[in-house]
Design a protein around this ligand. Structure first.
Ligand SMILES: Cc1cc2nc3c(=O)[nH]c(=O)nc-3n(C[C@H](O)[C@H](O)[C@H](O)COP(=O)(O)OP(=O)(O)OC[C@H]3O[C@@H](n4cnc5c(N)ncnc54)[C@H](O)[C@@H]3O)c2cc1C
Length: 147
């Protein structure tokens, strides 16, 4: 039973990393496509720095996901790690897809662009397969057993 829950949490982490990667790729393309004030918006440093933060977040989340998926494959008990990767990557996906929507401006809020869907689906990943609050409870109970 516990192994099944661990698998589901690592599976949800994979979805979250994929959503964030999609948002990063679409945003990279949009920064080159959209022009304002006579420039592609990707020339504006504030947006370039946000893109860099997004990329670093996605790479970090993927590395953590690989690590915990490896523990699962090896049959190592990893309840706490599975809760951590679920928490960290799904919250990362919310952050990154939110930044993606911001960098798409008004277009990002419409259903014409995929970032709206990435953001909406990222929000779900922090709710199902155990909410973020429940993951925090699992992790903190392992770190600090209740008396
Ligand atoms: C699109 C979608 C698909 C879903 N698919 C499935 C599925 O395939 N299989 C399935 O079994 N379920 C599925 N669910 C249900 C999902 O797992 C639950 O919505 C989720 O577990 C949260 O439960 P709840 O909605 O009853 O919220 P509640 O339990 O009412 O939670 C409300 C808030 O209280 C917090 N909270 C609750 N209890 C505690 C606690 N003890 N400590 C701290 N905070 C707490 C929660 O974190 C949340 O912030 C799906 C939900 C959605 C929206």
């Amino acid at each position: 039973m516990q192994r099944g829950l661990n698998i589901a949490r690592v599976h949800t982490a994979a979805r979250a990393v994929g959503l964030a990667q999609g948002a990063l790729e679409d945003t990279t393309a949009y920064l080159q496509e959209r022009e304002q004030f006579g420039h592609p918006i990707g020339d504006f440093q504030a947006l370039r720095f946000t893109l860099a933060d997004m990329a670093a977040d996605v790479v970090q989340g993927r590395a953590m996901w690989w690590q915990v998926a490896h523990l699962l494959d090896e049959g190592v008990p990893c309840e706490s790690e599975a809760a951590m990767v679920k928490l960290a990557t799904t919250e990362m996906a919310v952050r990154v897809t939110n930044q993606a929507m911001q960098l798409h401006g008004g277009n990002g809020y419409t259903t014409e662009r995929r970032v709206e869907r990435y953001w909406r689906d990222a929000r779900l990943t922090t709710i199902f397969e155990g909410t973020s609050e429940i993951q925090r409870r699992i992790i903190s109970d392992r770190l600090l057993p209740r008396r």
